[in-house]
Structure formats: C-alpha cells, structure tokens
Design a protein around this ligand. Sequence first.
Ligand SMILES: Nc1ncnc2c1ncn2[C@@H]1O[C@H](COP(=O)(O)OP(=O)(O)OP(=O)(O)O)[C@@H](O)[C@H]1O
Length: 580
Amino acid sequence: MDDDTPTSDRDEESRPPEDSATDSPQSTEASRETDRPETDTADASDSSDPSSSSDTSDASDASDASDASERAESGEAVTAEDIDIRESIGPSDAEDGGVEDDASTDVSLDEVVLEDDDGDSRGLFDDLLSGEPIFENKEVLRPSYTPHELPHRTEQINQMATILVSALRGETPSNILIYGKTGTGKTASAKFVSQELESTSQKYDVPCEVEYINCEVTDTQYRVLAQLANKFIEKNFDIIENRLDRLEDLRTRVGESPAPLEDTSFDSVEAVEERIEQLETDREEMETVPMTGWPTDRVYSTFFDAVDYNERVVVIMLDEIDKLVEKSGDDTLYNLSRMNSELSNSRISIMGISNDLKFTDFLDPRVKSSLGEEEIVFPPYDANQLRDILQHRADVAFKGGALTDDVIPLCAAFAAQEHGDARRALDLLRTAGELAERGQADTVEEAHVRQAQDKIELDRVVEVVRTLPTQSKIVLFAIILLEKNGVRNINTGEVFNIYKRLCEEIDADILTQRRVTDLISELDMLGIVNAVVVSKGRYGRTKEISLSVPIDETEAVLLSDSRLGDIENAQPFVQARFDN
Ligand SMILES: Nc1ncnc2c1ncn2[C@@H]1O[C@H](COP(=O)(O)OP(=O)(O)OP(=O)(O)O)[C@@H](O)[C@H]1O
C-alpha cells in the first residue's frame, strides 16, 4: 500500500457546529444590551449604585445633563441614564436646535448622538461600549467553549487515553461507552481526549482520526452513515490531491534522469503514469452521498469504501447515542460494530456517550456486548468540585475583582442541588454577570446570582410549558384559573369541571377524569404543579393541587398557544364551578 499520508488529517468540518466558538467582539454583547434600553435603565435604577437613582428634580436634571454633555465632550463614558436625562429636558434641547418633536418619547438616534473631542459623532453603541465591562472574555462561559483544563476529570480522561492509545500503535481500540448525568463533563472530556489523540497522531505521523457525531441532530442510520461517508470522501479527495501533486512532480523529475525513482516503489516512468491515472479514476468515481434518496445499503457500502480507501484508525464518537437508538433502533450500531471484520486497510472503534444509563437494555445482546467493551462512568460533581471548575473559568472570563467572594460558592451550591451539573453552574455564573453588567454594577454580587437562578428557572418553566401537549395545557390552564380566583386546596374534580368547559369552548376532545388525573400527575412530575394526596377521613382520599410556578408568566405562555389564545373571558368558567 502507498504510504502517502494526507498533509492535513485534521478536518475542521469534523468538529460539531457548537465547537466552533470564536471570540466575539465586545460589540456583539453591547448590541445585545442596547436592544433593551428601557430595561437597562430600569435595572440601573434597581441597582444599589447611588448614581443610578432616577429620582431627580428638574434642576438636577439640567445640571446632570450638562455633566453628561461635558463628560461626552471630554470623551468620558456617557451612561444610558445620561441619555434619559437629555430626553427629559426636551425644551432646552429644542432651544439648541436639537430635538424639535418634544412629544416623542422614543429615543431616536438624533437625540443620543453626541460629539467627542475629535468632532466624531458618538452614537448609542459608543456609549455602551465605553462602559467598563465586567467580562474579560464571556465566551469561555458558554457551552460551546472547550476548556483546556478539566478539573476533577483526570481519572476519566486517563481511562479514555489508556484505551485509545492503541490507535496510535495502529491497533483497534476497544469500544467505549461513557455514562453520566447531564453536565458532568462527558462531551468536554471526550473532545479533549480526541484533540490530544489527533495532535499526537500528527506528531508521530500515524493515521488516526476522530469523527464526532451528535446523534440528537443526526438521528437516523442513513444520516449517520451519510455524514461519515461524506467526511471520509472529502478526506480522500485531499489524500488523492496530495499524492497526485507528488507523483506529477516525480514524473517531471524522472523526465530529466531516472535517478529520482530509486527511492520509490516505481520502476519506470510508465508505472508512475499508471498510478496517476489510477488516482484520477478513483477521484472521478468517488461520489458524495446525498442527504436523502439512496437505499441505506448503498450509503453503507459508500461509507465502507471511503473509510477503507486509506490505512487509518478511526474513532467514531457518537454523542447522545441513546437518542439514535430511541429514534432508529440499533441497526447503525450493529453495522458499525461488525465492520472491522471486513475492513482491510482501516479499523474503526466506537465511543458512545449517553446520559441514559438504561439505554443498553434496548440493544441487541451482540451490539450490547461489543459496544460496552469498556465502560466509563462520570459521577455528578459536588459543590466543592463545581467551585473549582467555576474558579478556573472565572479567572479567564471576568475582569480582576469583578466577582465578590460569595458569587462562586453560591453558583456552585445552587448547581450542586441540581444533580451536580457543571453546565448549570456556568450558566448561572454567566447570567449573574450579564445581570450585573445590565444593571451597570461594578461587581457581581450574591443578589445577581439569586436573580440569575430565578431567571434560569423561569426560562426552564417557560420552555416546559410551551412544549406541553394541548390537553396538558388545558388542564394547567384550568388550575391557573382556579388559583387566580382564589380557590385554595384545589381538587381533581374542580379541575375537571373547568377543564371540560375549556375544552368545549375551544372544541377540543374531552378526556375522562381518570386521564385528567394522570395529566395532573405528569404536571406534578415536571415540577409545574404540586399535587399532594390528603386523607379526608371517612370521605376517602383526594388530591390537593397547587401551582408551583409563577402564575402570570405561565398563563402568558399558555395564552400564546394559538388554540388556548382563543379562550376569551375565562372568568365565567370559574363562576360556573359554584353553579354546579
Ligand atoms: N471538569 C470540568 N472542568 C471545566 N468545565 C467543565 C467540566 N465539566 C464540565 N464542564 C463544562 O460544563 C459544560 C457541560 O459539560 P459537557 O457538555 O461535557 O457535559 P455532558 O456530560 O456531556 O452533558 P450532556 O450529557 O448534557 O451532553 C461544558 O461547558 C463544559 O465545558
């Protein structure tokens, strides 16, 4: 076999989309903040910073405004509050020939464009940019960032490396299954090990590649095989190009004297030409797989040929592998796991990542034993470990002194309560920083973390409620209507009565009371309502239901559903409860 190797096996496209974090310029953040000038100002007045007080008299308005102008003229930061002050003293602006339409309360660009020393106009964004941001580099707190250091995962990383090192010796590594709850660093650790593996393989010139597939997105056998096939076809094109360049160069040199052939496996210029022709034919015959339309066995054989075109060890990383099995069974895994016995030049190994410990129960026993040759478990982080992880990231993400002492321990403690999820901890820290920045505070305080916790929790609730099936939404709406009308200790019968009327109103099927009881239990499991069974003595037992989420926000999400939005004037339904 030809020992040519591609110049660059590191195919950037093999990285998952979320892996392509780039340092975005500050302006991106600033522009995000400027989308919400009113909120910003409100937040600013909430902050403990005395300079943000909005309770100012006309006289102080005027002097503040001239302060602001002076600061603007001297190139100093002009805050959103300054902009407000300028608006509130419309008449003097008008005198200056500035704003003519003093009835307008919108912040138009004319109103906020100031001039700096050089006579350049200072716009909305300049003002926001000139503020001292809390963040040094916010990107490192985003999920897309792959950290270079993973505290408290050394053991798991070493385990993976010990198994995968055989790839660097040209042998087939055992398949690996990685388990652990969400946010325990499975993906980050696996990607870290893959990057190390690929860079070491380049250092020693051993053909070893890692292909990452997120099975939540690529969730059918066709798509997995097509994606892999196309990646390898692309790599093969590079390999062919490379080889052709070298052979054409050789052919030219051999034209002058046959000496260059001595160090090669070719014995004549004709042999070189034959090889060139062969490579050109290979290139023409390689056909990329369309995203739909081929029979699966053709996709499989295209992938097989593409992988086997060159000598290499390939590690296929299937993240969220349980989603693939759930959606399309274990055929893909079966096919991939038996490939090695048929491949002649290459070897493949599978690294599956899952946060569902039980998913292997659904696998064919042969697939199960082949896939689970090695198992690595990622336990949840405790609060101390989360603190270390946050500290490492915060050192890079925030400006020095931007965090008060309580911030990291509190974020760690909140996230430890949520099954030790590092993603949640990082989200909290980032959101707390954003809230502080929005409130124009100089430091991130404990209160920002608590606000961030509420915000994230609310976002989660909104998402859960938004994606509920319609019937569950109607049941939840019935509970909300009862609560809004001051009904305490709501029971299933009461919910059912309102539910029935709501269904009639929007023409939805009416489920039985038993089914509605089940839906209430599901809402309870999702943490949206709290349903406790209470004993009523000789009257038996009943469920007492109460809402566990903020009522107004939840109602707004429900009403944004086009079907429920049709319900007008829900009040009479509740009154009807007492008529029954
Ligand atoms: N030990 C660690 N050190 C630094 N950052 C970490 C560590 N563990 C996890 N993280 C960070 O936490 C976030 C979540 O990690 P990751 O995506 O690896 O979790 P996961 O276990 O794969 O979760 P899921 O199952 O939900 O995909 C990422 O931003 C990751 O960088």
